[in-house]
Write a protein that binds this ligand. Sequence first.
Ligand SMILES: CC(C)(COP(=O)(O)OP(=O)(O)OC[C@H]1O[C@@H](n2cnc3c(N)ncnc32)[C@H](O)[C@@H]1OP(=O)(O)O)[C@@H](O)C(=O)NCCC(=O)NCCS
Length: 244
Amino acid sequence: MILPAEGETHLWWAFPDRIHDPELLERQFATLSAEERERQRRFVSERDRKRYLVSHALVRHALSQYASVPPREWQFELNPYGRPSIREPAAWRSLQFNLSHTEGRAVVAVAWEMDIGVDVESTAPERDLAEIAERYFSPIEIAQLRKKPEAFFDFWTLKEAYIKARGMGLSIPLDSFSFLLEDAEEPRILFHEGCPDRPDRWRFALRRGDGYRVAVAAAVGTKPLRIIERETVPLEESPAARDT
Ligand SMILES: CC(C)(COP(=O)(O)OP(=O)(O)OC[C@H]1O[C@@H](n2cnc3c(N)ncnc32)[C@H](O)[C@@H]1OP(=O)(O)O)[C@@H](O)C(=O)NCCC(=O)NCCS
């Protein structure tokens, strides 16, 4: 697989609930590190254990599409906020990735020498969305939501994708930046006190799928952001590309 070009983000999708073959799951498990196995064991429900397993096998499988490094040989390190990145092989440290998972689906975003973040959320209405918005969103976003409540998950995933691209977790207050969602336009970001950053560093992509929303944040500058999506079964097949 050719490395992501400048301005390109590759999204690799996997669907844990569709994987039932015990031999394949065993192969995926064999790629995990001792720490990942330990974390996986701690999930109480079988479904959560499988989601963790498939998501982490997906990261390894996706990275191995770009380099002749077997999935089990990638070693990761965490920054102080828990963001993983490649430690070994050191020659591949410019390969940036970010993982997100939700009910029934996992996605890993991959780019070359570019900060990226991805967030996928199930849009099944099980939570009090208005309360979450009041608690976490900025006044500018809350005002937009009053006119367009169906945009809740647009804001949520965009905010998470940006936070994840910065890799600093919730040390960036969620109301210290705002997204502007104007119809038919790419989402734009504004920064407030508490979040020193430049809007022209970033571009964002938002996809509204059936039952889920996904957002990508990429430090691509003013160049266009191109997203290429692929579905895969980690450790099983050669994935087919879908350019979007
Ligand atoms: C942990 C956090 C990074 C993402 O959490 P999340 O949306 O629940 O989870 P996602 O599935 O999108 O991402 C999890 C993955 O991100 C990666 N990750 C962990 N810390 C990270 C960080 N600081 N920066 C970027 N990525 C990180 C890991 O690969 C993690 O996978 P793992 O837990 O299986 O090891 C953090 O932003 C958080 O806690 N968010 C919740 C904030 C919130 O309450 N938002 C409400 C409305 S906006």
